[in-house]
Design a protein around this ligand. Structure first.
Ligand SMILES: Nc1ncnc2c1ncn2[C@@H]1O[C@H](COP(=O)(O)OP(=O)(O)O)[C@@H](O)[C@H]1O
Ligand SMILES: [Mg+2]
Length: 212
């Protein structure tokens, strides 16, 4: 499966979720490649900050021809996770075209949900070429103990893709993970780890797959 994390908004959680999804897939003993399609190289920087190599390789491929080049690169992998840059660009378009699933992280604020419209449009454009590309929203940075506001639920319901049930909470462990660790290694039995595992399960369910 090729999963692209996309949202033209910076800070939505694309890189954080891309790294953690790749890690959870690697823990299922699957060969997974993380493709860093952001010219700023945040995912590559994450890898560089580590003392030991991660359990999955990361390659930098900020190329507008990603959809053409990727099949040969991922030949030896069972799964691939693509991290994309903020802002709508040819890079994001190419990454979306290359994928089976586009996961759009959104923060639970009306502003963020409305801003996701541009990403929705990009996916819909790609679906005209490749109708089997699936897409879903994932709430990131939910404040524990709060329900998502009614207006946000309504705004999300207006968008053409479903919202995965598993939301990722606002957690210090995720903020700290940018220093080169995954919450699954620094705090394997934490609430943050449970968030990511639940997200991984929801993705499998949505893609009608039993396991990675
Ligand atoms: N669920 C979360 N809880 C706490 N901090 C988070 C969470 N998700 C992301 N962050 C932090 O927010 C910042 C932006 O996240 P990042 O993944 O880099 O977003 P993007 O790649 O979409 O720009 C980073 O510093 C990251 O550590
Ligand atoms: Mg990023």
């Amino acid at each position: 499966m090729i999963i692209t994390l996309a949202n033209q908004k910076g800070g939505a959680g694309k890189t954080t979720l891309a790294i953690h999804l790749a890690h959870v897939i690697s823990l299922a003993k699957r060969r997974v490649l993380l493709v860093d399609c952001d010219p700023q190289g945040s995912a590559s920087g994450w890898a560089a900050a580590r003392e030991e190599p991660s359990s999955f390789p990361i390659v930098q491929m900020a190329r507008e021809t990603l959809h053409r080049d990727l099949p040969a690169v991922v030949e030896d992998y069972e799964h691939c996770v693509i991290d994309t840059p903020p802002r709508v660009s040819a890079l994001t378009r190419s990454a979306i075209l290359a994928s089976n699933l586009v996961l759009i992280p959104v923060q639970p604020s009306s502003y963020d949900v409305w801003a996701a419209g541009e990403t929705v449009q990009l996916v819909q454009e790609a679906q005209q070429f490749k109708p089997d590309i699936k897409a879903a929203f994932c709430i990131n940075r939910r404040i524990t103990g709060t329900a998502i506001g009614r207006e946000i639920e309504a705004a999300l319901a207006d968008l053409p893709f479903p919202v995965l049930k598993a939301a990722i909470a606002q957690r210090v462990a995720f903020a700290e993970s940018s220093a080169g660790y995954s919450v699954l290694e620094s705090e394997p039995s934490s609430a943050a780890s449970r968030d990511i595992k639940a997200l991984s399960k929801d993705i499998l369910k949505y893609m009608e797959a039993k396991s990675w």
